[in-house]
Design a protein around this ligand. Sequence first.
Ligand code: NAG
Length: 396
Amino acid sequence: MRCSGALAGAAVAVAASALTVCAAPLSTSSGAALSDNLVDLIKQRLSESATDTWTSGTHMEALLELDYPDLSVFASASYPPSTLGSSPPSEVDSIVASWASKRSSWTKELAWDNGGAAADPAALGVGWLVAAAFVDESTQAAYQSYAEQEVNYLLNSVPRFSDGAISHRPPGEAASAWADFCSMVPPFLAYYGVATSDRSMVEQAYTQLKLYRSHLQSSTSGSWRHVVGGDSFTDAGLWNTGNGWAAHGIVRVLATMQNSEWNATFANEKADLASWATEILTSAFSHIKSDGLLPNYYDSASGSSFSDAAGSALLAAAAYRLAQLGGTRSAYLVDSAATIRSAVNRKISSSTGWVSPVVNPLSFKAQSAASPEGEVFVLLLEAAWRDSSALVALSS
Ligand SMILES: *[C@@H]1O[C@H](CO)[C@@H](O)[C@H](O)[C@H]1NC(C)=O
């Protein structure tokens, strides 16, 4: 199947059946790349503001995807990662070195976050393991030991639900499932499995996503609730960013499986992951507003429907990645991602690099003029758009 005619702008001339097959990749080629100046500004905002564990971890993921794509699971999941065509990930190495130098010797986590979630420091894990492949031997041994301690902490110290779902919250608190967990823990467990040649860890990543879906999926749509369980804080609302964390975490695990040595043995799991991501994306994109962005919550009962560029960018990134992985051929999903990407990119200030409006990541129903998450998600979206467009160019 060739899509080149349509790519050249002759989509109308392509037969209907060809459109069905080519529809997803077709639309991904639309739009222009962000300018280097703007990407630099966004990176500058991030280096000043991405200080929380989960934001820093997601920042590293965005840098890997954007600047060292051969080292990202969307290209390959073998370990150590191949450096063919890629320079060493210096931007990621320096972030990991900074966290490692601050790490207290008594903690079992990659970073100690007083009062923070159990899941959040695990967001540093993939960047951590990639960095470990590029440092001297003694630093490497230390990094790998910290990663192993983090995995043991998640699997053996953090409370669980009775079905085995690992809590987002730390020991001492009742088990609580947050959609955010899906981007923090399963992608790390899966990549740790690749790094240690342990297939069961990749399977565990899948199992946790399956359990989280059973706790969080709404009874009336494919969207996920934000927080369930716990003894103090719950949020049954359908939070835009929470749905983004879930969908993007799912596609990262799918990519890890698909590009790993165990690809052929995970056929059923990959089909499930693709279908769970599709559920979330299909439901989310039914809420696109006239400005091309998604509302902060999808359910009116939550009373917070301002346009949120941050979660919108993360969901659009997940849709492009799902298309790139062959997990969807839905023109609706990729067209929606293109609509969102145009809207998000129009909302980035060319003088500051901040994207706005966004949710305040620490006060889920409040609007903010800027957030580090918003900046990270813009970069994830840019990398996802670029890589899925490149795929079209190759196949045309
Ligand atoms: C993974 O396996 C599928 C079949 O399940 C195959 O179509 C695909 O090419 C494989 N991908 C890689 C990267 O080996």
